[in-house]
Design a protein around this ligand. Structure first.
Ligand SMILES: C[S@@+](CC[C@H](N)C(=O)[O-])C[C@H]1O[C@@H](n2cnc3c(N)ncnc32)[C@H](O)[C@@H]1O
Length: 506
């Protein structure tokens, strides 16, 4: 083990991922929704701790040129990769470093308006958790916001021993982390087949073990094979972050607001009777057996009056991230099928299909004037949770943002020729990332190069020995692959390209 790692996995890199909940726009919207005054979005400083390969930070820096970004991760392979993309994109407002949390406390940085850490706090030891709290104490501005996610108890209680079992599986000296992952999963399956009482008395564990087979091995190595790994109760995190003068305000995941629909009246009454927010959230985690939380904390939260909240939310802008032709009114809201009320949702979708609009503009729209503020806001939140709409930055400066995303999107598209690890592009409209599949990225690249879409994409897939899958069948012959690509290219030109242009991806 290399001694700078403190037992953290360093021989395999973490997945290349983008997390929209980390965007300043999303954090500000959620804070406002929780009646808390957010840091301003006109100009700000932002830092992601343990940023991995920095994909999220790079997307956010390109889409928010009015902000100055820092990304840190002590694994130099991660930060080198992050810097490589930033260089290719010619981003000027981002600084990556390979400091550890302890070292970063001393690093010469300005104080931050936003500090985010995703998938970090439960994967490190107590000493590093204290380092993070010190860092938050010293580097967050008054009024600044922290997004922090962590594995949560009680959701992990049945599974915690499975990690120990995999760690204790017989492995050979010198095995890589990836070999230990395979050996650990196989050993756990072997003990399950032998009817080990742990599996018999914790029957839900087998489904989780089986599901691991479909997970990326790099993710599994980082999730389960670190020396330190500790899911936490929400109440513990609140207590620890209190040392940095931080107060929990609201979930950073809008879905959480809709999970309450799943509670019975008795359960809701229990929660309603708990005045203390920390206890209420912790008991709620027992009602849901929560496994993962995304919390927003603020240093010195200022509670808005209802009128102030309405005013600030009215100025928030929202963008449609689907093709309006594809809009379906039967949707799945946090795992529950619901029917959206068309007289409310249809005019909102049509108004946003014309252009992104603020809530105030929506309220003044001819077809929406009859609706209350609260009705439109609730509809927007449901549309955000169901991936139809996303909070966006104001229209001012959008042209400037268009210029700064071009370099990053070109760099990502070029990278898509070699693999499928970055299926996101940066949007100057939403100031965040937008999902886009690898074939669509390659079509976009062909379109920009004025090449024949089908031939261009097929030539890349063919060289890499890749084949398309249609209706769960691998298409074997070149003819079948090209025919499928032709159909996909037509859909791309007619439906996806107009959407991508509207969102400013190219
Ligand atoms: C599970 S990964 C999450 C990466 C990224 N935030 C994401 O969600 O994609 C945790 C990251 O924390 C970094 N890390 C762990 N301990 C650290 C320390 N003491 N100082 C700085 N970075 C650390 C690791 O190198 C790793 O990239």
């Amino acid at each position: 083990m290399q001694n700078w790692t403190h037992g953290y996995i360093s021989d395999v890199s973490y997945d290349y991922s983008f997390f929209p909940e980390l965007s300043p726009t999303s954090i500000a919207f959620n804070l406002l929704d929780g009646r808390c005054f957010p840091p301003g979005l006109e100009k700000f400083t932002y830092c992601e701790l343990g940023c991995g390969q920095g994909f999220t930070t790079n997307i956010l820096a390109a889409t928010n040129p009015q902000g100055e970004f820092w990304g840190m991760d002590f694994n130099p392979t991660h930060t080198a990769e992050a810097q490589r993309l930033a260089n290719a994109a010619q981003l000027k407002n981002i600084h990556f470093s390979d400091h550890s949390f302890a070292e970063f406390i001393e690093a010469d940085t300005p104080p931050f308006d936003f500090i985010t850490l995703h998938g970090v706090y439960s994967w490190i030891g107590d000493e590093n958790r204290r380092n993070i709290v010190n860092l938050l104490r010293q580097k967050l501005k008054v009024g600044g916001a922290v997004y922090i996610s962590y594995n949560t108890l009680p959701g992990w209680s049945a599974l915690m021993p499975l990690r120990e079992l995999m760690l204790q599986s017989p492995s050979k000296t010198g095995d890589s982390s990836l070999q230990r992952v395979e050996a650990g999963m196989a050993f756990a399956q072997q003990l399950h087949a032998m009817k080990a009482r742990y599996f018999l008395e914790n029957p839900t564990v087998k489904a989780d073990l089986d599901a691991m087979a479909g997970d990326s091995r790099n993710y599994l190595a980082h999730e389960y094979f670190n020396q330190n790994w500790r899911p936490l109760y929400h109440s513990e995190v609140v207590e620890q972050l209190a040392d940095a003068k931080l107060t929990f305000t609201i979930s950073g995941d809008i879905d959480d607001q809709f999970y309450n629909f799943k509670l019975t009246d008795d359960q809701l009454n229990v929660l309603a009777d708990i005045p203390d927010i920390t206890r209420r959230e912790t008991i709620r985690d027992f009602l849901f057996n929560t496994r993962f939380r995304r919390d927003l904390f603020v240093k010195g939260p200022v509670k808005l009056t209802a009128l102030e909240q309405v005013e600030l939310l009215s100025n928030f802008r929202f963008a449609l991230i689907i093709d309006p032709e594809e809009m379906e009114y039967e949707v799945d809201l946090v795992g529950r099928p619901i029917k959206l009320d068309e007289p409310i949702y249809q005019p909102i979708i049509s108004a946003l299909a014309e252009q992104p609009r603020t809530l105030r503009e929506l309220m003044g729209h001819t077809d929406l004037k009859r609706l209350e503020f609260a009705t439109i806001l609730q509809a927007l939140k449901i549309l955000i949770s169901t991936y139809h709409v996303t909070p966006a930055l104001p229209a001012e400066e959008e042209d400037y943002r268009r210029e700064t995303v071009i370099g990053l999107n070109r760099a990502i598209l070029k990278r898509a020729r070699f693999g499928a690890d970055t299926q996101i592009l940066a949007s100057p409209v939403t100031a965040s990332g937008i999902d886009i599949s690898r074939p669509e990225q390659l079509f976009l690249l062909a379109y920009l190069r004025k090449a024949d879409l089908v031939q261009f994409v097929w030539s890349i897939l063919q060289v890499q020995g890749e084949k398309l899958i249609k209706e769960d069948q691998v298409l074997e012959s070149p003819e079948a692959n090209q025919a499928e690509l032709k159909a996909q290219a037509q859909n791309f030109m007619e439906q996806r390209l107009p959407l991508f242009q509207r969102l400013g991806l190219i």
